[in-house]
Design a protein around this ligand. Structure first.
Ligand SMILES: [Zn+2]
Length: 118
């Protein structure tokens, strides 16, 4: 699975949470965590983008602590307008990384070099 696909499934995950169809299980159901977490959080596109591990620098800690302080439930999903706001921020942040990866991919030279005379 490439990074772009992983991040697109993250956007889809947060869209389901925003729609009230799903909950957030953190590491267990975060598509990039499942591949990159491994206790050290290495190589994840989110960590590369923020320059920080464990989703620091993303809206995730706000979402996480809001749930601990306000809802105290095992399943993190949308319970109140603040939840919805943070979940939306998280979805937008994932989308921002998708856009970033797409721009990077388009910037890379594509095999055949048009300036090569052979
Ligand atoms: Zn809430």
């Amino acid at each position: 699975m490439n990074k772009l696909k992983i991040m697109k499934s993250s956007v889809a995950k947060w869209n389901r949470i925003i729609a009230g169809e799903s909950s957030d299980g953190g590491v267990v159901d975060c598509p990039p965590c499942r591949i990159y977490y491994m206790l050290i959080c290495f190589g994840c596109p989110i960590a590369e983008y923020t320059g920080q591990k464990f989703c620091k620098g993303s809206p995730y800690p706000r979402w996480y602590w809001h749930h601990i302080e306000n809802h105290d439930k095992i399943r993190r999903k949308v319970y109140c307008p603040t939840c919805l706001q943070y979940a939306t921020e998280m979805r937008d942040f994932m989308q921002e990384i998708v856009d970033h990866l797409e721009a990077e991919e388009n910037a890379e030279p594509k095999g055949d070099d048009p300036t090569d005379p052979s």
